[in-house]
Ligand binder design. Structure first.
Ligand code: ZN
Length: 314
């Protein structure tokens, strides 16, 4: 049986079709998957009201990882949901309880002004309302089992939510970015390699793990229901191999400093340009604008991966 899932476009960064939250209902109980930022909370509560559910009926808020376009609104959201428990990866949970380190990390990436504009305030979540989910652990939403799978690569505190009855996986950022606007000429998916713990091999393993679940559909946070699961997996594997090899090469060749940032800035722009061009979006300004920030952040994440590797070696 295919359960209805409400897709909520959060209009993250003021754009349509870039970041979603999902609302699952079963037996009069409800779960949100992802929260986006504080700015999205009124929208999430509005979507809940539209389905005829009350805040008291929401049992679960499932957060795939602690990045702010996924978890930034969780604290504010649960203030409105008296019965909801936030479920996330054990390594993400401490950061939802005390968001100060996430705040510091994000301001480093975005700068103070952009951070305030994008994310506003981060509301801490009382520890008793946060539950760490082990790999393979299952909960129930009414009678619907939901299974959590740890999926490193994009972030080392990332998990996905497998909904076997719904024949679906809620994939966060572990199964690529798949913008609806770009799906006109076949499946166009690309990996998110943003700072600070991208790992290409782990990302590839996670893609394989999600694909192996064999569901008919996936719900990436960026965004909306997708049914070409195999096509997305192929596109991600192909690009992740290229990006992983580039990280190895930059490390091996000792590329450093500004040259390292430039190397990956260029590479990520080229890789995404090639994807756009091969899907007929080469001259489409909307498409180019849509992926511009991703290209930039992906480049930063790969440069970070090289520096982290060197730091670990000492
Ligand atoms: Zn993320």
């Amino acid at each position: 049986m295919t359960a209805p899932v409400v897709t909520i476009d959060t209009e993250y960064t003021g754009e349509h079709g870039v970041a979603a939250c999902y609302l699952i209902e079963d037996g009069g109980r409800a779960a949100f998957v992802e929260t986006n930022t504080v700015r999205a909370v009124p929208r999430l509560l509005g979507a809940l009201a539209e389905t005829g559910l009350t805040p008291e009926q929401v049992d679960l808020v499932l957060v795939t990882h602690a990045h702010l376009d996924h978890a930034g609104g969780a604290g504010e959201l649960v203030r409105h949901l008296p019965n909801a428990v936030v479920m996330t990866h054990p390594k993400a949970a401490p950061h939802l309880i005390d968001p100060s380190r996430i705040r510091a990390g994000a301001t480093e990436v975005y700068g103070e002004a952009r951070f305030a504009e994008l994310y506003g305030e981060l509301v801490p979540i009382p520890a008793e309302r946060v539950r760490s989910m082990a790999d393979g652990e299952e909960v129930r939403l009414a009678d619907r089992p939901l299974r959590f799978l740890h999926t490193r690569g994009h972030a080392n505190h990332h998990l996905v939510v497998h909904d076997p009855l719904g024949d679906a996986v809620f994939t966060g950022d572990a199964f690529g970015i798949v913008y609806p606007y770009l799906q006109r000429n076949g499946t166009l998916a690309f990996p998110s390699t943003t700072p600070t713990d991208f790992d290409a091999d782990a990302a590839l393993a996670s893609v394989d793990r999600i694909a192996a679940l064999g569901t008919a559909r996936v719900f990436p946070t960026h965004m909306a229901e997708q049914r070409d699961v195999a096509g997305i997996a192929d596109a991600l594997r192909r690009q992740l191999r290229v990006l992983g090899e580039a990280v190895d090469r930059a490390d091996r060749e000792g590329i450093d400093g500004d040259a390292l940032d430039a190397f990956f800035g260029r590479l990520c722009a080229e890789v995404l340009d090639a994807e756009l061009a091969s899907h007929g979006f080469g001259d489409d300004p909307v498409a180019r604008k849509l992926v511009a920030l991703d290209a930039e952040l992906n480049g930063q994440g790969l440069a970070f991966a090289v520096r982290k590797r060197r730091f670990k070696r000492g």
